[in-house]
Design a protein around this ligand. Sequence first.
Ligand code: PTJ
Length: 249
Amino acid sequence: MSEIEIPESHPRYESLLTRHRIEAGVEQGITSQQGLIAHGRGEAFDYLLGEETIPSADEAARVAAAHLLRADYPVLSVNGNVAALVPEEIVTLAGVTGADLEVNLFNRTEDRVQAIVEHLEAHGATDVKGLAADARIPGLDHERAKVDADGISDADVVLVPLEDGDRAEALAAMGKTEIVIDLNPLSRSAQTAAVPVVDNIIRAIPTITEHARDLQDTSDADLDAIVESFDADGVRAAAEARIRGDSLE
Ligand code: PTJ
C-alpha cells in the first residue's frame, strides 16, 4: 500500500497517485480548488489519448526544446497545478534550457504565489519570478495579466502549461513565441500556440528536457531548421484524430 492507501496493483494506480498530488497541492495552499476541476478535464482527455505520449506530441516536445535553447530569454510559467504535479521536473527543465521560472496565476493571491515560490525553491529553484508583478500583458482583464517586468514581460519564448484561456494569444500579440502544454487540443491556448504539446504535463516536461539534452550541442542553424519545419496545425489535427478515434498514428 502507498501513503494514500491504494494498492499498487490497482489498474488506475498512477492516475490515483497523481490525483492525490493535486489534492495535497490544495491542502498545502499551492493549488486552487479550480485546479481540481481542471485536473479532471485533463484526465478525460488523457484517457482518450491512451495515457501515452503520441508521436505528434513527441515531435512538438522536440520543437519546444529547440525554441527554448534558441531563445534569448525563455521563461517557464508555473501555476498551481504545475507546481503540484511536476515541481522537480520543471526546475530541471529550467536548468537544462537556461530558462527562468515565473509563477503566474489565474486565481491569484499573494499567499499562493509565495507558497509556490517556496515550493519550487524546496525543489532546487533559485530566483523564481512572479512576486513583483510590476508589468502587465496588454489586452488581458484578469489576474494572469500580472507579470514581472524582468520575467515574462521581457521573455521572447514562454512556456504556458495547463490553461484554457487567452494569455497565449495575448503573448503572441506581444511578439513572443508561446509553447503550450495542454491535453485538450481544442483548448483556446492550444489552438493559438506556436507549439502545442498535447500531452500530460507529467510526461511532457521530462520529454522536453530529454530533447533539450539531446539538442544541447546542435548549431543555431540546425535548431532554426527544426523550428521552421514544424507544422502546428498538423500536430493539433493528429491529437484530435487520436482522441476522436480516427487516428492512424
Ligand atoms: O493555479 P491557477 O490559479 O493559475 O489556476 C490554474 C487552473 C488550471 C485551475 C486554471 O488555469 C484553469 O482553470 O484551467 P482550465 O481553464 O481548466 O484549463 C486547464 C487545461 O489544462 C484544460 O484544457 C485541461 O484539459 C488541461 N489539463 C489538465 N490537467 C492537465 C492538462 N494538460 C496537461 N497535463 C495535465 N496534467
